[in-house]
Design a protein around this ligand. Structure first.
Ligand code: PLP
Length: 429
């Protein structure tokens, strides 16, 4: 291998000279931005280590418990670590929380009571929340329990409609939900600072209202998290950022003790709360994943910014654009044609460490009105902190792209997507 160049190494994986060269130019232009992301990762890495030291994480914390899981040191200590790291009073971090949607449902169903009203001041929430709330009628929804819902749209420029929000808050408003990430919408993702301003406004109208932040995809992207700017609860998934790619399952709720306790009694049972819930041997991956999460998140973030710049300069609309500041790890690229969308996803798949030999095909996914194509070759099924892409096969043929456990893998995935578009004659370099 002596004398091998980086270009030859990429060539072995199928990246042609023009694609490699174009990617190298884009990467060179992002040097300063990447350095700032590394600084955020460094800051957050120290935050995590400090929390682990403070709560005296030890080898005993990694031991598996089973059955009821009474006195599970690893589980209880991890919850202290999460609370410290994210500046809450308490945390619930469990493998029994099956995904992000489950964590959000738990936070809402446990902190709202019949007669209460839930308010989203940031427009429509993430798709899977529609059934939790009962926007789309669903078994077990908040609506079935007599909990009503109101929504205030964002203004045309994506900012908060403060007047509308003031008018929507009433005697029954108990909880305000703020989704940090845009998810699959085209609005901008909110910064922690913006979340702070909105939280302060809500509390100025009625200090008793609880503010919950759907923090999915946002953890460790900035130095601060929503609890540091006044939110009462933040909620997310361990197969996204905070699991660092190692957590095989799980979700978390961090915040005010009262809110977390409510969630614990709902997750298990009244009277039991946090005292039960065996950790079944996943604790080491939860700790180690959290430890790696700041660096993993930075890698995914670099991939998103790289993709934005690669495709923006080729004339494809991208959200966020190549230069704007980032508050989550999702990147949307509008590819304009079904061939473009398919080629992009084929590239992401071909670059994966797992299942690289399969070809993604569009399929009729439940809940969608057109076929959806998805690409992922992940160690953990459905993990979206790992490199993955998906998009509905309908105009404007936008792909949503996220993750990458390492920046180098994210880079290979994006170059491979470009390679497939290049081979299909959809771009010229
Ligand atoms: C991913 C996500 C969810 C749901 O998480 P799942 O683990 O897919 O159930 C909720 N809200 C936002 C903003 C998300 O990105």
């Amino acid at each position: 291998m002596k004398g091998d160049t980086m270009r030859e190494q990429y060539q072995r994986l199928g990246i042609s000279q023009p694609v490699y060269q174009y990617g190298a130019e884009i990467e060179a232009s992002l040097k300063e931005r990447f350095a700032r992301m590394d600084e955020t990762a460094e800051y957050n890495q120290l935050k995590v280590i400090q929390a682990m030291q403070k709560h005296r994480v030890s080898a005993e914390c990694f031991m598996a418990t089973n059955g009821y899981g009474y006195n599970d040191l690893g589980r209880d200590t991890l919850e202290e670590v999460y609370a410290s790291c994210f500046c809450g009073d308490a945390a619930l971090v469990r493998p029994q929380i099956t995904c992000g949607t489950h964590a959000l449902a738990l936070a809402l169903l446990s902190n709202l009571r019949p007669g209460d009203e839930l308010l989203s001041p940031v427009g429509k929430p993430y798709d899977t929340l529609e059934e939790i709330i009962g926007i789309r009628p669903s078994r077990g929804s908040l609506a079935e329990y007599g909990i009503t819902y109101r929504q205030v749209e964002l203004l045309a420029d994506g900012s908060f409609d403060y007047e509308g929000i003031r008018n929507a808050i009433n005697d029954r408003t108990r909880l305000v939900t703020i989704q940090r990430s845009k998810g699959y919408q085209t609005r901008p993702t909110f910064s922690v600072e913006q979340i702070g301003a909105l939280t302060a406004f809500v509390k100025s109208v009625n200090p008793k209202v609880l503010v919950m932040v759907d923090n999915c995809y946002g953890e460790f992207v900035e130095r601060r998290e929503p609890l540091e700017v006044g939110a009462d609860m933040m909620v997310g998934s361990l197969i996204k950022n905070p699991g660092g790619g190692l957590a095989p399952i799980g979700g978390y709720i961090v915040g005010k003790r009262e809110c977390v306790e409510n969630a614990a009694y709902r997750l298990t049972a009244p009277g039991l709360g946090k005292e039960v819930g065996a950790s079944l041997g996943v604790m080491q991956s939860f700790y180690q994943g959290l430890f790696l999460a700041p660096v993993v998140t930075a890698g995914a973030l670099k991939g998103a910014v790289f993709a934005a710049n690669v495709y923006e300069r080729l004339g494809f609309p991208v959200i966020p654009n190549g230069s704007e500041s980032r508050h989550d790890i999702i990147q949307a690229v509008t590819l304009n044609t079904p061939q473009g969308l398919t080629a992009f996803c084929e590239g992401i798949q071909a670059a994966a460490p797992v299942d690289s030999y399969v070809t993604p095909e569009p399929w009729d996914m439940p809940g969608y009105d057109c076929p959806v194509i998805m690409a992922a070759g992940a160690f953990v099924q459905g993990s979206s902190i790992e490199l993955s892409a998906d998009g509905p096969l309908r105009p404007p043929y936008a792909v949503y792209f996220q993750g990458g456990l390492t920046w180098y893998h994210a880079k290979l995935g994006i170059l491979m997507s470009l390679q497939k578009l290049y081979e299909a004659g959809l771009v010229s370099l």
